[in-house]
Design a protein around this ligand. Structure first.
Ligand code: PML
Length: 275
């Protein structure tokens, strides 16, 4: 019989503003270690020590845990963030997102998608054709939560990412999050770039595409960023999508293919050949 899984989540603040958040799905034997790792992370943040750390732990005994594989990953080198955004736009169009929805979402992420042009911690939900914002709360967005990797998947991912020079928290966590978003089966594509001023990378993820990262999607020093999930206009049942993303535990129990960097044109030829 499988041992009970726990969802463990950490949220840390400094000077009353968000500093760090992270989470995992772990067994009882891994729980203490996971809590210590999360506390260490909140105290060792590059922006300073947390003033407040909240850890919440939920027993998932009576909750169905959905399992799945992480998406394939590839990096597309780009000269700068403008080049990166153009390349990302091409992939989003390939996934069925309109020009208008792409431009509008990139503008929102660039200026801060929450009211008052603040960076939004959750994601925007965007109609892939009209570009209309659909998330019920535009200051909070949709927070993808309750996700993790099995210990064997973490080990395999870390060693595969190490060979690509990409084994860092940003990549591991974003790849897992994109995996859960794609597992919903209701999102046409995701666009993300980091709101960490020292981290310029971002990605587009979509079914049939996997996770395509770009080293630059914003200028260095910029602290605006976040995520947009593009949904088909016919998707009426946003409640079940939001419930899946926020509440349903999703555990990655296998890797996708992790490819060496590839030029955008080569990637597009591969996609066209597959179509
Ligand atoms: C990556 O380098 O692939 C991660 C890009 C997005 C990171 C989002 C974040 O950590 O804020």
């Amino acid at each position: 019989m499988e041992s009970t899984l726990y969802s463990i989540r950490m949220h840390a603040t400094r000077l009353d503003t968000h500093l760090s958040g992270a989470e995992a799905l772990v067994s009882e034997t891994e729980l203490k270690r996971a809590a210590a790792d999360l506390v260490e992370r909140a105290l060792g943040h590059s922006k300073g020590k947390a003033h407040s750390i909240r850890i919440s732990i939920d027993d998932l005994t009576d909750t169905e845990v959905v399992r799945g594989r992480l998406p394939d990953l590839v990096t597309v080198p780009v000269a700068d963030y403008l080049d990166g955004r153009q390349a990302a736009a091409k992939l989003l169009r390939w996934a069925g997102v309109s020009n208008f929805a792409i431009t509008r979402s990139m503008e929102d992420l660039g200026r801060g998608a929450a009211p008052g042009n603040k960076a939004m911690r959750g994601a925007m939900l965007v109609d892939a054709v009209s570009g209309e914002r659909l998330e019920p709360d535009t200051s909070r967005g949709v927070r993808v939560s309750r996700l993790g990797l099995t210990p064997a998947t973490t080990d395999a991912l870390r060693s595969a990412l190490q060979t690509l020079g990409l084994d860092n928290d940003h990549v591991r966590e974003a790849l897992a999050l994109a995996g859960k978003v794609l597992a919903s089966g209701q999102v046409l594509a995701e666009l993300c770039w980091s709101d960490d001023p020292d981290y310029t990378a971002g990605y587009v993820a979509a079914p049939g595409l996997g996770y395509v990262r770009f080293p630059h999607l914003k200028p260095l020093g910029e602290d605006r960023g976040g995520r947009a999930f593009f949904v088909p206009p016919a998707l009426r049942d946003l409640t079940s999508l939001i419930f899946f993303l926020q509440e349903t535990p999703w555990l990655a129990d296998g890797l996708g293919h992790l490819h060496p960097p590839i030029a955008l044109e080569t990637l597009r030829e591969l996609l066209d050949r597959r179509a």
